[in-house]
Structure formats: C-alpha cells, structure tokens
Design a protein around this ligand. Structure first.
Ligand code: ATP
Ligand code: MG
Length: 284
C-alpha cells in the first residue's frame, strides 16, 4: 500500500485529483472528502493535507509520496526525492517593489524590509549574492505589505502578474520557478517502490498525451510525401492502403495548438474524411 499526500483544498487539489483519476485512482464517492481515503485501482490511499505540511509528511514517512508545489519543497528544506514534474501549478516566486522605485539590481535590497511567506528561499538567494536585508515572514496578503508601510518590497508567488499590478507593484527579480511535482520518501520499501514506478509510468503517459490529438484522414496517394512532411507524428505517421485505388488512410498525433493550421494544409493537399480524436495516454 502506497500512501499519497495531496492538498486538501486549494489551487492544486483539483488537478491532483484529476491526474490521479486519469491514472485509474479515484477516492470512492462518499469517502472523497475524508482526511484519509482508500482509492480504487492501485493499492494506494490518499491523505489530504495543507500543502505546507506535505514535504514534511513525506520526509517523515507519514505519507510515502506527495503532490505539491516545488516551492513548498524548497521552502521546507525537507529531504525528499523529486520523482517527476507534473506540468501544472506553474508559478514563480519573485521580488516585487512599488512601481515608483528605481530598481537597479539586487543590491537595491540591502537593508530593505522584504515581506514574504518564503523566507528560506529568499534568504538563500540574497545570501548567495552577499546581500543583507530584513526578511519579514508573514503568512498571507504579502502583496499589501508595501502599501501599508510594513515593507519596502515583497517576495511572493507570481503567475499572471495581475495581483502585483493591482497593488501598484512591479516584478524585478524572478528568483524561483515552480510547478507541481511528485515527491517521494527517499527510503521506500521495495514493495512501495514498485507501486511508485507504476504510478510514475501512468502519470508520464497521461502527461505526454496532454495537448495532443489523434488524427485520421484519407488522402490521395500522390499527396503522401507532402503530407508526411507536414505530420511528423511520433516516428512517422501510420499509412494504410484504402480499398479504393490511389487513396491511403493516414493516422498521426498532432499537437492541439497546431491542429487547425495542419488540417487546413492537409485539406489543401486533398485530405478528406478527417477525424480528430481525443488522446488519453501516450506510452513510449
Ligand atoms: P493550503 O491551505 O493547502 O496551505 P495555500 O493557500 O498555501 O493552501 P494555494 O494558494 O492553494 O496554497 O497554492 C498552492 C500552490 O499552488 C502554491 O504553493 C504554488 O505551488 C501553486 N500556485 C500556482 N499558481 C499560483 C498562484 N497564482 N498563487 C499561488 N499559488 C500558486
Ligand atoms: Mg499552504
């Protein structure tokens, strides 16, 4: 049995649950809101925690693995293995200053008061650059600290930057890039390591299929070379003869963001009967 810690509620909860459910692991109905839920599919159970507590829970072995932001792992300083990046929850932690400030590099921070919920990541960054500042640890609403006179600058999570602008701040140093990661206790028993590698295999196949579509179409054989050049697919597209002479059926995987342009080009080459299918897993 492998115990997986995930965020109980918040930004990572929904995507963590849907990744697990795509991997065949779902907490059974009425149980899904409990602190601890038995999942069906793989021999795992789920532990719902605040995200700050997940690195420590995994380091201590209260949970075997966890899904959490890399920022929380780095801030906690806990010794855990980062098993894989999960491709969601992307954000960065940055230094931001009031927009009127004439910021001229990190030495501006010398003797400044900087408010943050990430004192360890900030402390390390400044120390490496020989900058001494006053780091004020505050738990929430970091972005209002400069306006109320609590700080000269902040060090906080940025994703779109909208919150900074609303608070009259500008981002001046991008210090740490984060996304959700799968972390694991570094001393897992062999049986648990087996379940973990199963889990990683499933997650990888799900993540590599994200943003991809499976496309089937019929094409005059004479246009085949041009169409193959257009559709690299995984190795090269699959091509099958059709009963009708001079025509082939072609199968390929296309990235969603270039789907419509490629389809337009394929139609120009004479493609017909184009089917675009959802891709759930891509196993290499
Ligand atoms: P908890 O109650 O579990 O302690 P929280 O309030 O600390 O939750 P959330 O705001 O739910 O945390 O964010 C969880 C994680 O989501 C962050 O640690 C970060 O890795 C990621 N994240 C991605 N984008 C953002 C964003 N714009 N703001 C905050 N966190 C973000
Ligand atoms: Mg938290």
């Amino acid at each position: 049995m492998l115990r997986i810690a995930i965020q109980a509620k918040g930004r990572l909860n929904e995507k963590s649950m849907s990744l697990l459910s795509d991997a065949g692991i779902s907490a059974s109905g009425s149980n899904s809101r409990k602190l601890l839920a038995r999942a069906e599919g793989l021999p795992v159970d789920l532990l719902f925690l605040r995200d700050d507590d997940i690195p420590q829970a995994v380091a201590m072995g209260v949970a075997d693995v966890g899904i959490v932001g890399l920022n929380e792992v780095a801030e906690s300083g806990e010794k855990v293995d980062v098993a894989m990046n999960l491709g969601f929850g992307a954000c960065r932690i940055s230094i931001a200053v009031p927009k009127s400030v004439d910021y001229d590099g990190v030495k501006w921070c010398v003797n400044k008061r900087i408010a943050t919920s990430y004192p360890n990541i900030l402390g390390k960054f400044l120390e490496e650059r020989g900058v001494k500042a006053e780091i004020h640890r505050i738990a929430g609403s970091v972005e209002i600290a400069p306006a109320v006179g609590m700080a000269d600058a902040i060090f906080d999570i940025v994703s779109s930057g909208g919150t900074l602008i609303q608070n009259g701040l500008k981002e001046v140093e991008q210090v740490f890039a984060s996304q959700a990661v799968l972390i694991a206790n570094s001393n897992l028993a062999a049986e648990k390591r087996d379940i973990l590698s199963d889990l990683i295999f499933r997650f990888k196949s799900i993540i590599s299929s994200r943003g991809m579509k499976y496309v089937l179409l019929n094409l005059p054989e004479s246009a085949l070379d041009d169409a193959v050049a257009l559709l690299p697919g995984m190795k090269s597209p699959t091509v099958l003869p059709l009963a009708e002479k001079g025509w082939v059926s072609m199968h390929a995987v296309i990235a969603e963001n270039e789907l419509w342009n490629k389809i337009k080009a394929l139609k120009k080459l004479g493609a017909e009967d184009i089917l675009v299918l959802q891709l759930d897993n891509l196993i290499n």
